[in-house]
Write a protein that binds this ligand. Structure first.
Ligand SMILES: Nc1ncnc2c1ncn2[C@@H]1O[C@H](COP(=O)(O)OP(=O)(O)OP(=O)(O)O)[C@@H](O)[C@H]1O
Length: 303
């Protein structure tokens, strides 16, 4: 299987923020969810990938081509991918129809029937001006444009943030539909764990400009458990097995990937399945008063 996206040691230094050797891959046929808190570095990574900012190092390959290999390869890549960003870079006074005809003239593979189909599915009115659209409508329109030139790969920066449940579900469903054709891939950033749970095949977690892990979602869900028990049973050795830990006078609640060792040390421990949010919170060091973030990193880092 080929990779639709390969990012190697991407670096960007701002005065108060550093993107630190960000590396990951997105294989063909996969939806990759790029998750992290506000300010974790998601947009900076996406801008770096798309060559929209000056980077301080790193390599990016999209659809097997070097994104930084010069104007020609960059142009070829941009013709073959679809990009959905927050504001879409549209001109507010233009109608949807005018904007679409501009896009149609820019893309070699523009397919008007696909475009019309998405406009209908998203219940958009082509006579409306961009400035009259709600945020949800703008995202839908941006996505419709991105999918209407047979893009082989979609890159989306927080497509679902600030949208109501129904619109979010529609956006996620359209991604699934887009992926029905072979040889495609999606990379989308989000800070909403349930979106990851619903559509992602791969989860890439970023925190403070560093990749914490890159894992298959199903493997991730299998790897971690919530452990519950009596705080008096929690020895130093047992605490070492916890990725995050909360103690109250009634007992402890921890996230761990070391269930067998935990059971050996605390025979009465009870395990439950965590949801995606609980796993991500633990791996970002949230919900833990006992452990510093560096400790959490060491335990989560897979490479
Ligand atoms: N042009 C810039 N100059 C200086 N610092 C910047 C610039 N752009 C971004 N940053 C900083 O880089 C950090 C990461 O920002 P980024 O937008 O990549 O985060 P994010 O994960 O996309 O966050 P959010 O979920 O809030 O959109 C932030 O601390 C931000 O202030």
């Amino acid at each position: 299987m080929d990779n639709v996206l390969e990012v190697r040691n991407l670096r960007k230094n701002y005065s108060r923020f550093e993107l630190q050797d960000v590396s990951f891959t997105v294989p063909e046929g996969c939806i990759a969810g790029f998750v992290g808190n506000n300010g974790a570095g998601k947009t900076t990574t996406i801008r770096g990938i798309l060559n929209l900012i000056h980077r301080d190092g790193g390599q990016v390959n999209i659809l097997g081509m070097d994104m930084y290999g010069g104007k020609e390869s960059e142009q070829e890549i941009k013709n073959r991918i679809g990009v959905v960003t927050d504001n879409g870079g549209f001109y507010g006074m233009f109608t949807l129809k005018e904007t679409a005809s501009l896009f149609a003239s820019l893309y070699k593979n523009w397919d008007d029937s696909v475009y019309k189909d998405w406009i209908r599915k998203f219940s958009l009115n082509e006579k409306q001006k961009i400035q009259e659209l709600s945020r949800g409508m703008k995202v839908k329109f941006s996505l419709a444009l991105a999918m209407s030139h047979h893009a082989e790969f979609l890159i989306m920066d927080e497509p679902s943030s600030g949208l109501d449940l129904l619109t979010r579900a529609q956006i996620l469903e359209s991604l699934r539909e887009y992926m029905e054709r072979e040889g495609r891939g999606v990379f989308f950033s989000t800070h909403i764990a349930t979106d990851i749970e619903k559509v992602a095949d791969i989860v890439i977690l970023i925190d403070k400009g560093r990749i914490v892990f890159e894992k298959e979602k199903d493997a991730l869900m299998e790897e971690y458990r919530i452990a519950k028990g009596d705080s008096r049973d929690l020895t130093g050795e047992a605490e070492e097995l916890c990725i995050s830990l909360r103690k109250t006078q009634y007992g402890f609640t921890a996230v761990t990937s070391r269930t067998e060792d935990m059971k050996r040390l605390i025979p009465d421990v009870v395990f439950e399945r965590p949801d995606m949010e609980e796993i991500l919170m633990a791996c970002m060091g949230k919900g833990s008063e006992e452990y510093g973030k560096s400790t959490v990193y060491e335990r989560c880092q897979t490479r």
